[in-house]
Each structure stands twice: as structure tokens, then as C-alpha cells.
Design a protein around this ligand. Structure first.
Ligand code: NDP
Length: 248
């Protein structure tokens, strides 16, 4: 196997679990982090202890130059890129749409949508047979909120994630002939730090009756699906939006 996959937001939560899982499946992994260097180093240590290969790189995915820098470093150190997991994402504090500050909305769109666009663009340039690549796969981490709309919590975030799913569908059609598959995963309620950042660390355990499986998910339960979407077992899967939410 000669897979080289970039994972944005690989320092914590879902991205960290994805990076570890992909490394266990034989991918050489480029781990992007923004502020959590220690956590990213911890992820890298776990991967190396398993006998895996990875590089760490600080990148704000909303910045085109930094995204190019990330891809350049990974290519130079690990080889031709075959995969991207567009995972980096933020929500801002929970609140009604009309009470959400404009600057919070703008930053959420910048990171969740613009970041995903910039990374997908560079990945497409690296992997498309049209530009001399060998094909590959992109997985965009969206959110169940993209479908549910998340009223009263973060409509702006749901809108950004819905746009990520539109990116998946459109890009899968544009890149299908060029050997690049593009899919979305919509996580439901997953236990990570993101809920503390929303101002409610206990959120995954509130109202368990709204989740048919009556529990929140763990990052590893998303990582398995991402690994599958990047694997040859998913060789005919593109343009799919896969919700993994315990039925939520
Ligand atoms: P966490 O808050 O645990 O982790 C977020 C990750 O994104 C961190 O690694 C962080 O890096 C990184 N990140 C944040 N901003 C940037 C940026 N500007 N540039 C690069 N990296 C950045 O979140 P989760 O693991 O929960 O979320 C991962 C993805 O899953 C997100 O896209 C989120 O929207 C989505 N999701 C999560 C759900 C959940 O219930 N947890 C539900 C639905 C979707 P660092 O710490 O280094 O700054």
C-alpha cells in the first residue's frame, strides 16, 4: 500500500482518531494542527509506536498559503498525495442565529467551508489524472446539522456544513472521470472537545432520548467509516453523504 493522506484538524477529537486509524491501515499520514501542538505530537507518538509514519504541520486551513505549505511538506516528506480528510472545523458558542455575532459566523464559514474548499482544490490538483496524478479520494467531514439545520444552536454552522456536502456532490461529479472519489461523513453527537468550545461540555449526554441508540458516539466510530471511504472497498463509492449518528 502506498497511501499518503492528509488529515486536517488531526490534533484532537475525530481528526486524531482518523489519523491513528489510517496509519494503522498503512497510510502515511500528514497531520495538520492549528493550536494544539502538544496534542498533535501525542497523536504522532501513538502512530510511531504502532510502527506508522506521519509528519506534523501547523496550518490554519482558512489560509490558502498555509494550505499549500502543508501539502508541499507532506509531498516532500511522505510522497505523492493519494488522500485528504477535510476534518478541521469549529462551531463557536451555541446560540440563536440572530444572537450569533457576525465575526463568529464569518470565522465558522472561513474555517469550515473556505478551509475545505482550499484543501480540496489542492488535493484535486495533486490527485487528478487530468493533472498527472494517480487518482485518490477525499472525505469531507460535514455534520448531521447540515441536514437537520440545528435551530437555536448554530444555524450558521449547519449552513457551512451543508455547503460542504454540496462540495462533495459537485466535486465527485467533476473529478469522477479523473480518478478522484469524493464523499462526506456527517457525524452525529460525538464525544470530543468541540462541545466545551460551544459552552456545554456535557452536551453529548443531554437528552439521550433524541438519539435512537441512546448514547453519543466516540471518535473511533467515525474513523472506521472514513478509513473505509478511503479504502479500495469503497472503490465505487463517490458523491455519497454518509450519516453516522446512532440514528439521530
Ligand atoms: P475538536 O474541537 O475536538 O477538534 C477540532 C480540530 O480542528 C482540532 O484538531 C483543531 O486544531 C482543528 N482546527 C480548528 N480550527 C482550525 C483551523 N482554522 N485550521 C486548522 N485546524 C483547525 O472537534 P471534533 O473532533 O469534534 O470535530 C472534527 C470535525 O467533525 C469538525 O469539522 C466538526 O464540525 C465535525 N463534527 C463534529 C461533531 C461532534 O459531535 N464532535 C458532530 C458533527 C460534526 P487545533 O486544536 O490544533 O487548533
Amino acid at each position: 500500500m502506498d497511501e499518503v493522506t492528509l488529515v486536517t484538524g488531526g490534533s484532537r477529537g475525530i481528526g486524531a482518531a482518523v489519523a491513528v486509524r489510517l496509519a494503522a491501515a498503512g497510510h502515511r499520514v500528514g497531520i495538520g494542527y492549528e493550536r494544539s501542538k502538544d496534542a498533535a505530537e501525542d497523536v504522532a507518538r501513538r502512530i510511531r509506536e504502532q510502527g506508522g509514519t506521519c509528519v506534523l504541520h501547523q496550518v490554519d486551513t482558512s489560509d490558502a498559503e498555509q494550505v499549500d505549505g502543508f501539502f508541499d511538506v507532506v509531498k516532500e516528506q511522505l510522497g505523492a498525495v493519494t488522500g485528504l480528510v477535510n476534518n478541521a472545523g469549529i462551531t463557536g458558542p451555541l446560540g440563536r442565529f440572530t444572537e450569533t455575532p457576525v465575526e463568529v459566523m464569518r470565522r465558522v464559514v472561513d474555517v469550515n467551508l473556505m478551509g475545505a474548499l482550499l484543501c480540496a482544490r489542492r488535493a484535486a490538483l495533486e490527485m487528478s489524472t487530468r493533472y498527472g496524478g494517480n487518482g485518490g479520494a477525499i472525505v469531507n467531514i460535514s455534520s448531521g446539522g447540515a441536514t437537520l439545520g440545528s435551530p437555536g444552536e448554530y444555524v450558521h454552522y449547519a449552513a457551512s456544513k451543508s455547503a460542504v456536502d454540496a462540495l462533495t456532490v459537485g466535486l465527485s461529479k467533476e473529478l469522477g472521470p479523473d480518478g478522484v472519489r469524493v464523499n462526506s461523513v456527517q457525524p452525529g453527537m460525538i464525544v470530543t472537545d468541540i462541545h466545551a468550545a460551544m459552552g456545554d461540555p456535557q452536551r453529548p449526554w443531554r437528552n439521550p432520548e433524541r438519539v435512537p441508540m441512546r448514547r453519543p458516539g466516540q471518535p473511533e466510530e467515525i474513523a472506521g467509516a472514513v478509513a473505509w471511504l478511503l479504502s479500495p472497498d469503497a472503490s465505487y463509492t463517490t458523491g455519497a453523504v454518509l450519516r453516522i449518528s446512532g440514528g439521530l
